[in-house]
Design a protein around this ligand. Structure first.
Ligand code: IPM
Ligand code: MG
Length: 367
C-alpha cells in the first residue's frame, strides 16, 4: 500500500519563530519514521526574514507554495529591526496577505488552562482552573481590511487617519456557522460579541448571527454580549463561556485577554481555516498565539509548546490524523505532569528545560 503524502509548509519567520518551528520539524520527522507517515516538509521565508533577503514580507513563490500545501505552520512575524518600515512593507503584512488571499476567514483560538499550570495565571486558581474556551474570530473582514483606509492631509495642517469597519451578511453567516458547528462538538453554547449599542455593523452582526441560529441551529444556546462587557466578564468569571464568537478586531483583543487567563501565552496554538474548495480541501494556517518575542530570540529558552500544539491542531483539522493529534497532546500533558517547564512557565520545584530539550522531552513521550 502506498502511503498518503501530506505536504507541510513551514514558515519559521522572525524572532523565536525559527527556534520553536525547529521543534515541530523534529516531531514531524519522528512521525514519518515511527508512525510510517509520509509528510513532505518544505521550509521558506516569511516576515522580516523574507524582507532581509527578498525585500518583501512574502514572495509570490512562497505564497503559491502555501496554496499547494495541506497545512502551513508559521512561527512568528515581526521585530524591532523592521518597525520603521512603511506600513505596507512591514513583516506583519505577510500574515495579513496569507489570511486574506488564502481566504482564511475562521480563526480558532483555544484558551485552555492546564491544571498543572494554574499558578502561572495572574488570576486566582479557582477562577481559571479547568478553563477551556474557544474564541472563534472572523479573520478576513472588518476594520482590518475595510476601505477606504489611509492617512490624509486636511486643512489647518492637520492629518486624518481613516479605517473602515464593514461586514456583509454572508461574511457574518459563514463565521457564525463555524462557531455553531463547533458548539455541537463542545458544550453547545455560543456567546457572540459586538458593539450593537454604538455601531450599525454591530447591530447587523447581532441580527445575522441570530438568524443563522434560528434557521439551522435551534438547539445551540446563543447569547449576545457587548464586547466591552465580554472583556470584563472574561476576568470576572471566564468559565461562564464556552465559545466566544467575535469579529476581527474584537476577536484580536479578546483572544489576547483570554490567552493571558491561562497564564502562559507560550502554550496556546491557533488555527486559521478557509472554506472547502472544489476538491473538498480546506486551506489552513497554523500558528502560535504568541508573537516573535525578540527579547528572548536566539537564546534557546522560548516555549515551543504553542507551536507544537498548533501542529496538533493541524493534524486534527487539516491532515486527517486525529489519533496522532491526540497522541501529541497527551505527550505534552505528560511532560508537564512530570514537572518539566520552560523558563516562561517555570516555578519552584520544577525542572527547567531549554527550547530544544522541551521538544526532545515531548518526543520521548510519543514513544
Ligand atoms: C494576531 C496578531 C496580528 C493581528 C498582528 C501581528 C497583525 O495580533 O494574530 O492576533 O492583529 O491579527
Ligand atoms: Mg493579536
Amino acid at each position: 500500500m502506498t502511503k498518503k503524502t501530506r505536504k507541510i509548509l513551514l514558515l519559521p519567520g522572525d524572532g523565536i519563530g525559527p527556534e520553536v518551528v525547529a521543534e515541530v520539524k523534529k516531531i514531524i520527522n519522528w512521525f514519518n519514521k515511527n508512525r510510517s507517515l509520509d509528510f513532505k516538509m518544505e521550509e521558506d521565508l516569511v516576515g522580516g526574514a523574507s524582507i532581509d533577503v527578498n525585500k518583501v514580507p512574502i514572495t509570490d513563490e512562497v505564497f503559491y507554495k502555501s496554496l499547494e500545501s495541506d497545512a502551513v505552520i508559521l512561527g512568528a512575524c515581526g521585530g524591532p529591526k523592521w518597525d520603521n518600515l512603511e506600513f505596507s512593507k512591514r513583516p506583519e503584512r505577510a500574515l495579513l496577505k496569507l489570511r486574506k488571499e488564502l481566504k482564511l476567514f475562521a480563526n480558532l483560538r483555544p484558551a485552555i488552562c492546564f491544571k498543572q499550570l494554574v499558578d502561572a495565571s495572574t488570576l486566582k486558581p479557582e477562577i481559571v482552573s479547568g478553563l477551556d474556551i474557544m474564541i472563534v474570530r472572523e479573520l478576513t473582514g472588518g476594520i482590518y481590511f475595510g476601505e477606504p483606509r489611509g492617512i490624509e492631509p486636511i486643512e489647518n495642517n492637520e492629518r486624518r487617519g481613516v479605517n473602515t469597519h464593514t461586514y456583509t451578511s454572508s461574511e457574518i453567516h459563514r463565521i457564525a456557522k463555524v462557531a455553531f458547528d463547533l458548539a455541537k462538538k463542545r458544550k453547545n453554547k455560543v456567546t457572540s460579541c459586538e458593539k450593537s449599542n454604538v455601531m450599525e455593523a454591530g447591530i447587523l452582526w447581532r441580527e445575522e448571527v441570530q438568524k443563522v441560529k434560528d434557521k439551522d441551529y435551534k438547539n445551540v444556546e446563543l447569547n449576545h454580549m457587548l464586547a466591552d462587557n465580554c472583556a470584563m466578564q472574561l476576568l470576572r468569571n471566564p468559565k461562564q463561556f464556552d465559545i466566544i464568537l467575535a469579529d476581527n478586531l474584537f476577536g484580536d483583543m479578546l483572544s489576547d485577554e483570554a490567552a493571558m487567563l491561562t497564564g502562559s501565552l507560550g502554550l496556546l496554538p491557533s488555527a486559521s481555516l478557509g472554506a472547502k474548495d472544489k476538491n473538498g480541501k480546506i486551506r489552513s494556517l497554523y500558528e502560535p498565539v504568541h508573537g516573535s518575542a525578540p527579547d528572548i530570540a536566539g537564546k534557546n529558552i522560548a516555549n515551543p509548546i504553542a507551536t507544537i500544539m498548533s501542529l496538533s491542531m493541524a493534524l486534527k483539522y487539516s491532515l486527517d490524523l486525529p489519533k496522532e493529534s491526540d497522541l501529541l497532546e497527551s505527550a505534552v500533558q505528560n511532560v508537564l505532569n512530570e514537572g518539566f517547564r520552560t523558563k516562561d512557565i517555570m516555578s519552584v520545584g520544577k525542572k527547567e528545560l531549554s527550547t530544544s530539550q522541551m521538544g526532545d522531552a515531548i518526543i520521548s513521550k510519543l514513544k
